[in-house]
Write a protein that binds this ligand. Structure first.
Ligand code: ADP
Length: 342
């Protein structure tokens, strides 16, 4: 006589078509009812490819039909429409075990996107959340450096990469996988494939929030990322300079096109405050404030240029680890984390 646990165990033998992962660990099996020998399995799958549910249906019957004590088997598959995205419909797959995914993006490089992603992740973790941080920048990964780790990740028996742990966070970066400091020489479709594979093959485990540090810009790789994982919201980092703001606008527009909600804008390098307390607006005053207002998106934080913040990045100790009473920038990141509904 088969019990419900054994039925679930049997369902683990059904792989998602084209993947090595099974439908149970993918979270597709929503309900299993087994009463008086009648078995009903309810499965939910988001895809536009009709072959996927067909194959799952057949494979479920193959493992369930004929189990001892099981009479009728009903496999109910609900097909949820994968969202239509710019550049063609692609089925998004949410990452198993990960409750929310937030991306930190910028139009331009060098505006402090990785610094924000690293410190936001630290501050969210200080809130008591289980946090992961993934550096998706193939060409200029910096998260490894910012957390001062050169450890190489191992793989588990499913051939997934096990993230590195630092300061209570789970970290993954192309930087951990590169042999040396040279950027990966991949372009176009290969870069897209690399990124997808990278995103799908990390064993994050249970996370409340995963922060993705995107590469700068609004090209193919950014689109690939938001099509590969279901993203709950985007934070855009800019400096107050017009050149950065123009690109921040493009980033906001891109996320709009793919239906990713904009959580808000962060104005980084907003000013520099000297010891006497006078503020110098090196890159112009309130550029981010105006931009947020014009685009009708929340302004989440204004972060000044701060020597310990830059140094913290170089030395592998994000400033948000400093007591917020001793650092205004740390306090700003903790306030940002406190205000985010994750
Ligand atoms: P991006 O990810 O946008 O390329 P980074 O986060 O790598 O930018 O930042 C670029 C450089 O500026 C790094 O050396 C970083 O330490 C420094 N930096 C970023 N934000 C600040 C800040 N608020 N104060 C001081 N230095 C900063």
């Amino acid at each position: 006589m088969t019990n419900i646990e054994q039925i679930k165990e049997a369902l683990k033998g059904v792989k998602y078509p084209g993947f090595s992962r099974d439908i149970v660990s993918f979270g597709l099996v929503k309900e299993v009812e087994f009463e008086g020998g009648d078995l009903v399995v309810r499965i939910e799958v988001a895809t536009k490819d009709a072959k996927v549910p067909q194959q799952i249906f057949l494979d479920c019957h193959a493992v369930l039909d004929g189990l001892p004590g099981v009479g009728t088997v009903k496999v109910d598959i609900e097909i949820k429409d994968a969202p239509e995205l710019a550049g063609g419909a692609v089925g998004k797959s949410s990452i198993p075990g990960v409750k929310r995914v937030i991306v930190v993006a910028s139009g331009k490089g060098g505006v402090g996107k990785s610094t924000v992603a690293a410190n936001l992740a630290v501050a969210l973790s200080a809130k008591g959340l289980k946090v992961g941080l993934c550096d998706c920048d193939l060409y200029g990964p910096s998260i490894a450096q910012m957390f001062g780790t050169t450890e190489r990740p191992n793989a588990n028996e499913l051939d997934e990469i096990i993230p590195i742990e630092a300061f209570g966070l789970k970290l993954m970066s192309m930087g951990f996988l590169l042999e040396d400091k040279s950027p990966v020489i991949v372009r176009g479709p290969m870069a897209t494939r690399y990124t997808q594979q990278f995103l799908r093959q990390v064993a994050w485990g249970e996370l409340d929030v995963l922060v993705l540090d995107l590469p700068p810009g609004t090209g193919d790789i950014q689109l690939t990322i938001v099509q590969t994982v279901a993203v709950d919201g985007a934070i855009i980092v800019t400096t107050p300079q017009e050149v950065a703001l123009i690109d921040a606008r493009k980033a906001v527009a891109m996320f709009g096109k793919v239906n990713v909600p904009i959580l808000g804008l962060i104005e980084n390098m907003a000013w520099f405050e000297c010891d006497a307390g006078k503020r110098y607006y090196l890159f112009g005053e309130e550029g981010g404030v105006r931009e947020a207002r014009d685009m009708n998106v929340p302004l989440l934080a204004r972060i000044p240029i701060d020597i310990p913040t830059g140094r913290g990045g170089d030395e592998g100790r994000p400033i948000a680890l400093t007591d917020p009473r001793e650092s205004k920038v740390s306090a700003a990141f903790h306030a940002l984390a406190a205000g985010l509904k994750v």
